[in-house]
Write a protein that binds this ligand. Structure first.
Ligand SMILES: [Zn+2]
Length: 73
């Protein structure tokens, strides 16, 4: 009877350890996904590019130097 009690405690501890590990793995996975990237539209060709990759002009944002030059000579 004593053996059964020890087994039950060990099984309960293993279950607790496993569920806390799964929870922390899920938390790490959701952190790595991060915030959604803001997409901006090129004023010259209409291409959607991530905001950090755009080139800002006087009257808008562009996907590349070439389109900035064409739109704002
Ligand atoms: Zn463009």
């Amino acid at each position: 009877m004593k053996f059964l009690l020890i087994f039950a405690i060990v099984a309960w501890l293993a279950w607790r350890w496993r569920s806390s590990r799964i929870r922390s793995q899920m938390r790490a996975k959701s952190d790595s996904v991060g915030a959604p990237t803001t997409m901006l539209c090129c004023d010259r060709c209409g291409l959607h590019v991530p905001a950090r990759d755009t080139i800002a002009g006087k009257s808008g944002v562009y996907c590349c130097q070439e389109h900035l030059r064409q739109a704002e000579p």
